[in-house]
Design a protein around this ligand. Structure first.
Ligand code: F6P
Length: 543
C-alpha cells in the first residue's frame, strides 16, 4: 500500500476539511508560540513554516506519512546503492559525490569512493593549473575565459551556483555558460572573447544531446578557424559518462572528466559537472560546497521526522498541493546572487516529480509536484506580487534570505530583509475592509472616496509561506541549501510513489524534432503530419 492510499492520507483529507475555513491571522492570534512550534533550525539554517496553514493536529498527521510511505526503508535503499531508478535500472548515488567519511559507498558490490576521489583530484589539479597559468592556450597565453557548453543538469546547477557565489570568485577568470540551441546564445557569449585565451568545457552526461553537440561543433569551428586544428586539445575539455564520444570529438582523453550513470543530470553539480563552478570559485571553496551538502545528507539520513528539514519542506508541499489544492509554488530568494535558484529548482523538482505514473505502473490518484516559478526579490514585487496578494489564487510562497549580505554595501541589506519579512507578513495577515476604511479615514480621505476605493485596497491574506534563513551565502550554506531541496524531492517521490530519477517526459518532443528536421531542411516532404504542423512547416519554408 502506498502513502496515498493509506489511512493516514484519508485522515489528512478530513483535517483539510476543518482547516480550509481557518485564517492564518486567527491561528497566530490564538497561539503566541506558533513560531516556536512551527520552525526548525539545524546547522545554522532556519526554516520558519509558521505561516503555513497548519495546525498541531495536521502537522502530527503529516508526520505519519513518513511511516505510511516507509521512508526509512527507502532512505536505506538509496544509501545502499539499490537500483531505485527502476525504469532505467540505475542506482541513485549523487550523495557519494560529496561523501566526507571513510565509510565505503557500494554500487554493484564495489566501493565507488576511490573513483569519485580520483576525479575530484583530477579537478583540483586542473583548477590549480588554470589558475596558476601553468595551463596555457595553443599560443602560450593564459586562460582568461571559460565557456561551459551544456544544457539542463549540465548547465543549470553550476550556472546557478557560479552566480550565487560571485562574492567568492577567483580574480582574473570569467566563467560563462552557453546552453540554448539558438545561435544567439553562443554568438553573444563568444563575441567579446578571444580564441587565444578561451577554454571550453563540453559538459554532457550522454555526449549526444542535440543542443550541446551543435554548440560544441560551432565553438570548435570558431576556435579552429582562428588557431587551427591542433589548438583543440589546449582549448577543449569534456565532462561526460560517455568517454568514447568525447574521444571522437577530438578531446584528449587526459582532459576528459568522468562521472557515472548513477548520477542524474539534475543532481550532478557535485560531480565533474561542477568543474566550471570549481574554476570560478577555486577548488577549496568547491570542497566546502560539497561539505555543506554532505552535512545535509547526514541530517536527512539521521534526524527524526519531527526535526528533519527536507521532510518538513516535503510535508508542506504535500499539504498545500494535495490537500489545500495549490497548483503552484513561488520560490522567492531575497538575494540577487540566488536569482537563478528558481530555474535550478524548476528542473530539480519538475523534471523529477512532474509525473503521474506510480512505481507499479498505475495513476498516482493525486496531484504531484506543483508548478514552480519565481524571481529574486525585490524585482518580483514590482512584477507579479500583485497577483499573489489580490489575484484570488492559492499560491504558497517560499522566501529565502540570508542574515549577512554577500556584498555589504551600506543601506541595502536591511531594506532587503525588511521587504522579505513584510511580504510574508502581508500575505499571511491580509487587510480587511474595516482596516482599509480606518486607515483611509485616519489619512483624512473623504468618505465618498473611501466608499469608492476601499474594496480595491482589501487583501484577503491567508496566503501560506515558508521562510528559509541562511546565516550567509557561502559555498557551505549553498551546498546545504541545494541538498536540502534534493532530499525534499526524494521524499516527495517516495510519498507519491513515483520514480523521481527518470525523465521520459522529455523524450517525445526530441523524437518529433528529429523527424521534422529533414522536412525543415527541405530534404524530405511533409507526409502524415497534422494540418497545423504541415501548415507551419510550409509557411516557414516559403518565407
Ligand atoms: O532534459 C533532459 C535531460 O536529459 C536532462 O535530464 C539532462 O540534465 C539534460 O537533458 C542534458 O543531458 P546531457 O547531460 O546528457 O547532455
Amino acid at each position: 500500500m502506498s502513502a496515498v492510499t493509506s489511512q493516514t492520507w484519508h485522515n489528512l483529507e478530513a483535517h483539510a476539511q476543518r482547516v480550509r475555513p481557518l485564517h492564518l491571522r486567527d491561528l497566530f492570534a490564538a497561539d503566541p508560540g506558533r513560531f516556536e512550534q512551527f520552525s526548525l533550525e539545524h546547522d545554522g539554517l532556519l526554516i520558519d513554516f509558521s505561516k503555513q496553514r497548519l495546525t498541531t493536529e495536521v502537522w502530527n498527521a503529516l508526520h505519519a506519512l513518513w511511516w505510511a510511505a516507509d521512508l526509512p526503508a527507502w532512505q536505506a535503499r538509496l544509501q545502499a546503492g539499490e537500483a531505485i531508478n527502476h525504469t532505467e535500472g540505475r542506482a541513485v548515488l549523487h550523495h557519494a559525490l560529496r561523501h566526507q567519511g571513510t565509510r565505503p559507498i557500494l554500487h554493484a558490490g564495489l566501493d565507488v569512493m576511490p573513483a569519485v576521489r580520483a576525479v575530484l583530484e583530477q579537478m583540483r589539479r586542473f583548477c590549480v593549473a588554470v589558475h596558476s597559468g601553468e595551463w596555457r592556450g595553443a599560443t602560450g597565453e593564459r586562460i582568461l575565459d571559460v565557456v561551459n557548453i551544456g544544457i539542463g543538469g549540465s548547465d543549470l546547477g553550476p550556472k546557478m551556483a557560479t552566480q550565487a557565489l560571485a562574492a567568492h570568485h577567483v580574480p582574473h577568470l570569467r566563467v560563462h555558460y552557453v546552453s540554448n540551441l539558438d545561435a544567439a546564445h553562443l554568438a553573444t557569449v563568444l563575441q567579446p572573447l578571444s580564441p587565444r585565451t578561451t577554454l571550453f568545457i563540453i559538459a554532457s552526461k550522454t555526449f549526444t544531446t542535440q543542443e550541446t553537440m551543435q554548440n560544441a561543433a560551432s565553438a570548435r569551428r570558431w576556435l579552429v578557424d582562428a588557431l587551427g586544428e591542433p589548438a583543440v586539445r589546449r582549448h577543449f575539455v569534456a565532462v561526460s559518462t560517455n568517454l568514447t564520444e568525447v574521444a571522437k570529438f577530438g578531446i584528449d582523453p587526459d582532459n576528459a572528466f568522468a562521472f557515472w550513470d548513477w548520477v542524474g543530470g539534475r543532481f550532478s553539480v557535485w560531480s565533474a559537472i561542477g568543474l566550471p563552478l570549481a574554476l570560478a570559485i577555486g577548488f577549496d571553496h568547491f570542497e566546502r560546497f560539497l561539505a555543506g551538502a554532505a552535512a545535509m545528507d547526514s541530517h536527512f539520513f539521521e534526524a527524526p521526522v519531527e526535526r528533519n528539514l527536507p521532510m518538513a519542506l516535503a510535508l508542506i508541499d504535500v499539504w498545500n498541493t494535495d490537500f489545500l489544492g495549490a497548483e503552484t509554488r513561488a520560490c522567492l530568494p531575497y538575494s540577487q546572487s540566488l536569482e537563478l535558484l528558481p530555474r535550478h529548482l524548476q528542473q530539480l523538482e519538475m523534471e523529477s516529480n512532474g509525473k503521474r505514473t506510480t512505481r507499479d505502473g498505475r495513476d498516482t490518484g493525486c496531484a504531484t509536484t506543483p508548478i514552480l516559478w519565481g524571481e529574486a526579490g525585490t524585482n518580483g514585487q514590482h512584477a507579479f506580487y500583485q497577483l499573489i496578494h489580490q489575484g484570488g489564487r492559492l499560491i504558497p510562497c517560499e522566501f529565502i534570505a540570508m542574515r549577512v549580505p554577500d556584498f555589504p554595501l551600506a543601506g541595502h541589506h536591511e531594506k532587503m530583509l525588511a521587504n522579505c519579512c513584510a511580504q510574508s507578513e502581508a500575505l499571511m495577515r491580509g487587510k480587511t475592509i474595516d482596516e482599509v476604511r480606518l486607515e483611509m479615514a485616519a489619512a483624512r480621505i473623504p468618505e465618498a472616496v473611501i466608499a469608492r476605493l476601499a474594496p480595491y485596497k482589501v487583501f484577503p491574506g491567508n496566503q501560506p509561506s515558508t521562510t528559509l534563513l541562511l546565516p550567509e551565502l557561502s559555498p557551505y550554506t549553498l551546498g546545504q541549501l541545494i541538498a536540502l531541496f534534493e532530499h525534499k524531492v526524494f521524499a516527495l517521490g517516495i510519498i507519491w510513489n513515483i520514480n523521481s530519477f527518470d525523465q521520459w517526459g522529455v523524450e517525445y518532443g526530441k523524437q518529433l524534432a528529429n523527424r521534422l528536421l529533414p522536412v525543415i531542411e527541405g530534404r524530405v516532404g511533409a507526409d502524415n503530419l497534422d494540418s497545423s504542423t504541415t501548415g507551419l512547416l510550409a509557411y516557414l519554408r516559403k518565407k
